[in-house]
Write a protein of this length. Sequence first.
Length: 167
Amino acid sequence: MLALILSMAIVIADQVTKTMVRERFFPGMSLPVVEGLFNLTYVRNTGAAWGMLIGLNGWLAIVSAVMAALMVFFRRAFLADCLTHRIALGVMLGGILGNFIDRVKLHYVVDFLDFHWQDRHFPAFNVADAAICIGVFLYALSTWWISGRAVTSCGAAAGLADKGGAK
């Protein structure tokens, strides 16, 4: 249930912020928020992360749908029964679904969080992208924690085992 609630919250936050950007900006428009560090910039991304696979929006939508379905269907095979893995699943699915909605509805993904430092520029991203990255990091870190301690539940070695709930 937690994964579902987090997923829905991420999708809502992602879609609301993207709608606000689409309604208030035109493509390419940039608004400095922290001078020399962070802008809000409206980018229409037809590819994947960091500008890879430009123009493959349809294929990326299919891959997104398949990945989300596989994650839900096989979750018991790769997730431990612990809070951190449920959180990781929820934020990853929310991110995947947020970008999937854009790909199907708009035929591109709205990116707008634009960080840069001096002459270095990080590609623009969105709430869904951030959620996917956070979920993958949390999953990897907690899995490493589990495997390094030969335990069956996240945090059990430290006495932090989650006592409840299904995934």
